[in-house]
Design a protein around this ligand. Structure first.
Ligand SMILES: [Zn+2]
Length: 472
């Protein structure tokens, strides 16, 4: 199978030019002006952007949470992602208490098998380093043996996922040796427990207390603590879902010092603010309960500025889909509202419209934030994350003129909630290719379940990565 994409405006993190792209099999084999080659399929991309497939470094498909499971499994999540122009994501594999890391990874591989439509890798979430759980020795083998080169740890959720500073630090020491990256969910878990107990004791059970018991200072404090610990251990650190000025500040300071510290924010933090948690009609506020919570509105321009100036390097989604029925479990107690919201389908549309069209970031920077940087940081570049000869032909033919209205009625997630409901955007993916195969065209899905591949990722440390594309 060969594909010729003709006359599109090819946009990568670095370049912006009109060219033809020739794909043989799964990879790009030729980029040039007016290519005179025969192809099985020809796509006229005149007037369209030709972008590298988007890479989402932070998602939760079929994730168990307090006896519930997120409603997007690898099939539904991948359909939503494909329509949104995302061709690769990295999901979080959670080590259950008493499990080895190998057992946890086997569980998560089982979730994707026969369902995956796009490519994905895994980060490992470390929850149990006790005698019955995983060992540091096993953790050290994951980058090489399992292609899992990032260790994620929680500093909050004391009842389930949180690890002690001691365990956090020991994992950082392992990462320093193995070239893996440490990712932290940075919030002060102990203080949140106190504030939540106080709120409930005072009869404050409404959704807005989810935000009021997790104030920005607690994210700032934990972010700074993680940065200092990672520096002592000599490990690279990636701070997930930075939501506010308080956690951005220590990242900026560390980066100015040249430390190996990186960070992402997520789409929703540009659009949803704390006031959404006061929408009490039909318990709508619960739809915006995710963690870290929506922040006061002034943080939105601060975050736009952070992604523009490279204080933050990526925009992910933290896609974690729940239904209205699941959200209603917290009707009488905000602590019981499942934390999470959708995002995989709309990230590119939203960042294109409100970032690029409204002049906050350039088109090149959009590609860098949504595709190139996540691929580089997590050991998938240049196979993923750019358009280059020898790279995977993961390509989005994007129509910058096409209008769309975001809605749960028309999205492809299994959730019946979309936190961007009613938002109008100009610009949408038209054709999406994964490794040379058209997976979305003309509003139709063309991919078969099971066709998505697992991505065995290289290490975070650049000196430990292969320098060039391996040619098959
Ligand atoms: Zn998450």
């Amino acid at each position: 199978m060969s594909v010729l994409i003709k006359g599109g405006r090819v946009v990568t993190a670095a370049d912006d030019y009109v060219a033809d792209i020739f794909i043989e099999g799964e990879r790009i084999s030729l980029i040039g002006e007016s290519l005179d080659v025969a192809a099985d399929k020809v796509i006229d991309a005149t007037g369209k952007y030709v972008l590298p497939g988007a890479v989402d470094p932070h998602t939760h498909l079929e994730m168990p949470w307090r006896g519930k499971t997120t409603v997007d499994d690898f099939y539904h999540g991948h359909v939503a992602a494909a329509f949104g122009g995302t061709t690769t994501h990295i999901d979080f594999c959670i080590q259950a208490k008493g499990q080895t890391f190998g057992e946890a990874l086997a569980t998560w591989h089982g979730k994707r098998e026969g369902k995956a439509l796009i490519d994905n890798g895994f980060h490992i979430i470390v929850t149990d380093l006790s005698e019955n759980g995983g060992t540091l020795e096993e953790l050290a083998t994951l980058p090489e043996e399992h292609g899992v080169s990032s260790y994620k740890l929680f500093m909050s959720y004391n009842d389930s996922l949180r690890v002690s500073d001691e365990d956090l630090f020991r994992v950082m020491q392992v990462a320093a040796k193995t070239g893996a990256c440490v990712m932290v969910h940075a919030e002060n878990g102990d203080v949140i427990e106190v504030l939540m107990a106080d709120a409930i004791a005072a009869g404050n059970t409404a959704p807005v207390y989810h935000a009021l018991t997790r104030p920005p200072e607690l994210e700032g404090e934990a972010t700074n603590r993680a940065i200092q610990l990672a520096h002592v251990a000599g490990a690279p650190l990636y701070v997930v879902h930075v939501s506010c000025a308080e956690s951005l500040a220590p990242i900026v300071i560390a980066r100015e010092k040249g430390w190996d510290v990186w960070g992402e924010t997520c789409t929703q933090y540009f659009f949803v603010d704390t006031s959404f948690l006061e929408r009490l009609e039909n318990f709508e506020a619960a739809n915006y309960v995710y963690t870290p919570p929506p922040r006061p509105k002034h943080n939105q321009e601060i975050l736009w500025n952070a992604v523009r100036t490279n204080a933050l390097q990526a925009i992910s989604t933290d896609h974690c889909a729940y239904t209205l029925e699941q959200k209603a479990l917290g009707k009488d107690d905000f602590r019981q509202i499942p934390n999470g919201a959708v995002g995989m389908e709309n990230r590119l549309q939203l960042i294109h419209h409100f970032g690029v069209r409204e002049g906050r970031i350039t088109l090149n920077r959009m590609v860098e934030l949504l595709s190139t940087s996540p691929a580089k940081l997590f050991g998938m570049y240049p196979k993923k994350g750019t358009i280059v000869v020898g790279g995977d032909a993961d390509i989005v033919v994007f129509d910058p003129e096409k209008h769309a209205t975001i809605s749960a009625k028309t999205h492809h997630s299994a959730a019946d909630i979309n936190i961007f409901e009613g938002t109008e955007v100009q610009g949408s993916p038209e054709i999406v290719l994964l490794r040379g195969n058209v997976i979305v065209e003309g509003g139709e899905l063309h991919a078969k379940p099971g066709s998505g591949q697992f991505v065995h990722r290289a290490r975070f440390r650049s000196e430990l990565r292969p320098a060039a594309l391996a040619t098959a």
